[in-house]
Design a protein. Sequence first.
Length: 262
Amino acid sequence: MEEGKLQQPRPRSEEASASRRPANLSVTLASDPSTIEDAQRLRYKVFAEELGAELHATDGLDVDEFDPHCDHLVVRDEETLRVVGTYRLLPPHRARRLGRLYSEAEFDLRRLDHLRPTMVELGRSCVHRDYRSGPALMLLWAGLARYMKANRHTHAIGCASTTLADGGRLAAFVRDEAQCHLAPLDYRAFPRLPFPHERIERPQQAELPPLIRGYFRAGALVCGEPAWDPEFGTADFLMLIALDNVNRRFARHFALLPEQPN
């Protein structure tokens, strides 16, 4: 990824700053251990404290064996210097060295083997609750787009999770909505522990979670049925993004379209 940060412009006045929070965010790759720890602390706060996931954590940090092999994309509030969003990225050459992907614990990925040389795995995406109504998620998308383009990654996969705290009703709704966004059969993955949605009552009214809604708007596909993750208490949907198939409006926004000759 090229050096430097993507930044949200500052508001033009103090009044605008007061009406928009956060006022000044940036996205970049973590370049030192303390920033990675800030990302891991945010992950613990969201996944363990807020969502009740049973993590193998120490000192309030969500840490696992994949972290040393990954790049860590972070959104920072430049006024408080707090990390308020993060995405964990496992590039293909490090996945090859590691010998597996995180999502392989949940899915049989053999039909995606031919994509591995240029496929990055996404994971541990989260945004602090105080920043979810602002541009933090869009900045994560922008940082991801720049990362993939700079490193010539053509595909990305990652699990998008839906909490089961409501008995699985929202997850069952998301599963039904995902039927309109299924990958072709040749790109399907198969959950090792399927989410048992069949007998779950669907909610009368529901909305897609922001991350999953963003995936669909970008043109991502779902690689089949969701997996049940008892450790996190979630249903996990394996998403596949092919840069060649990204929605053109989304691609134009994040400068993913090839440059046109003059």
